[in-house]
Design a binder for this molecule. Structure first.
Ligand SMILES: Cc1ncc(COP(=O)(O)O)c(C=O)c1O
Length: 471
């Protein structure tokens, strides 16, 4: 029986249908007991989405940091509809209009020299393809250096070079590949070397040089240029120019995963442009279509492509170069360019920054505010002086984190905000206005009190006391 969800408030029947849906499906990244009654979303427009009771939610994280152009963009929808009418699918061995348009428009935004594309349907797949390509190209060198604060995807290759806790679950399931090693992060708030910028001599970059030389068979260094889910960590200005030099001197590829940091989220089209560094391989997904269709893109230099003139790029899917999926790329790029030309995102990113620093001054639970463009983190701590976190890395999936308590309370007040480990993800669509930012900040101001109440102080003798924080 089909149920009409379009009417007013949903009756018992549709509530039962939602329960039945959950009963018959696996939710992502969760035990099934946490997948009983997912919230039914009825509509989404601009920076808002709506549930069946007409409750409105301000989307402060662009869903999964992907709906960069907001919801219901007309130009993108029209292009998808046209493609659906003309040719929703044709095998990847053929070429058709939306693929040609996608490549032509990508060439106008890609960093110089990155001009050979492979299309899949997710960031995970884009990274999996890149791993296979770089290992073939660099053979017999095969090791990949990644960093602990990272997420690169859910399949065996991409989860293997993921640093966050999700890799541990894949390891338990024996679904990982060999040859991945982890470097310390460029994370000044919690420097793994216990040093302070700038007297640190950039040990986080220098140590990668040491790793490459000691290992002797490293093929690539993979980085999220601005770490996404795992903290919106923006490295010091010297970091990426140093990493580029280290890779060149050691004949190692630099692989930038711009799945989340790409598509104007940090200001320029790609985050690496903030440091004028061009990687050898770049992957992206999410924002490349504004999340209207699923696309993953692996792009390489001509030098890597030359290797595959004679060597087989032994990779592909039924849905590689999917016509309907690719039909969203060209209009999305055109919408991004219009938006950037309007100056709105540039103005609002400064506004967001100021508002977040204002929050930091008003909430003692905020240990660090960091970010760039429309890509910000509020890192909450139990103790500001010692930077003691509320939760440890392995708490994820095991207990309700403090950031999850805060984001659940925000949702009740109409603000959708992702939480990961100890950070809240502030990454609204690039179309957000000042008034809408104010609306979100006002709610955050209220719900951060939940964490404020559990803040502790260190007294002069070094022992902890409960916080008495006066606003
Ligand atoms: C940096 C990064 N790489 C890869 C991925 C995986 O992309 P997808 O979820 O589209 O497979 C993500 C997803 O969040 C990501 O943030």
């Amino acid at each position: 029986m089909m149920i009409d969800f379009k009417g007013g408030n949903m009756g018992d029947l549709s509530q039962r249908a939602i329960k039945s849906f959950a009963e018959h499906t696996y939710g992502t990244w969760r035990a099934r007991k946490g997948w009983k009654e997912p919230l039914f979303i009825k509509d989404a427009e601009g920076v808002y989405f709506y549930d069946e009771k007409e409750n409105r939610y301000l989307d402060f994280s662009s869903q999964l940091m992907c709906s960069n152009l907001g919801h219901k963009n007309k130009a993108i929808i029209e292009s998808i509809v046209k493609q659906a009418e003309n040719m929703p699918y044709i095998a990847p061995g053929f070429v058709q209009e939306s693929a040609i348009n996608a490549v032509e428009s990508l060439l106008t935004v890609m960093p110089l020299g990155l001009d050979k594309f492979f299309f899949s349907t997710s960031g995970t797949e884009a990274n999996e393809a890149a791993l296979k390509m770089l290992r073939e190209y660099m053979s017999p060198n095969y090791k990949v250096i990644s960093r602990y604060h990272s997420y690169h995807g859910s399949t065996p290759g991409s989860i293997s070079f993921t640093g966050d806790v999700r890799r541990m679950y894949a390891e338990r399931a024996r679904c990982t590949v060999e040859g991945i090693i982890f470097a310390p992060d460029s994370y000044c708030y919690r420097c793994p070397f216990g040093l302070k910028y700038s007297s640190c001599d950039m040990q986080c970059a220098a140590y990668i040089d040491y790793m490459i030389k000691e290992e002797g068979n490293v093929a690539a260094v993979i980085v999220e240029p601005v770490v996404g889910t795992n903290g919106r960590i923006v490295p010091a200005p010297e970091y990426f120019p140093m990493i580029r030099k280290i890779c060149d001197e050691n004949n190692v590829l630099l692989f930038a995963d711009e799945v989340m940091s790409g598509w104007y989220r940090t200001g320029p089209a790609f985050a690496m442009e903030n440091w004028n560094v061009i990687p050898d391989i770049l992957t992206t997904a999410k924002g490349c279509t504004g999340a209207y269709t699923p696309v993953g893109i692996t792009v390489t230099t001509g030098k890597i492509a030359d290797f595959f003139e004679e060597n087989i790029m032994c990779h592909g899917h039924t849905y590689s170069f999917h016509p309907l999926a690719l039909s969203a790329i060209q209009p999305a790029i055109s919408e991004y360019k219009k938006l950037m030309d309007s100056g709105l995102p540039q103005k609002i990113s400064k506004y967001i920054e100021n508002k977040l620093y204002w929050l930091e001054n008003h909430h003692e639970c905020i240990g660090d505010v960091r970010g760039i463009g429309h890509f910000w983190a509020i890192e909450i701590v139990r103790n500001r002086e010692t930077r003691e976190p509320f939760n440890k890395k392995t708490d994820k999936f095991q207990k309700v984190l403090m950031t999850q308590k805060v984001s659940a309370a925000a949702m009740k007040l109409g603000l959708f905000i992702n939480a990961w480990d100890d950070t809240l993800v502030i990454s609204p669509p690039l179309i957000i206005t000042e008034e809408q930012v104010d609306e979100g900040i006002e709610i955050l101001d209220k719900v951060l009190q939940i964490a404020d109440e559990e803040v502790v102080h260190t007294n002069i003798a070094g022992s902890r006391t409960t916080a008495e924080f006066n606003k």
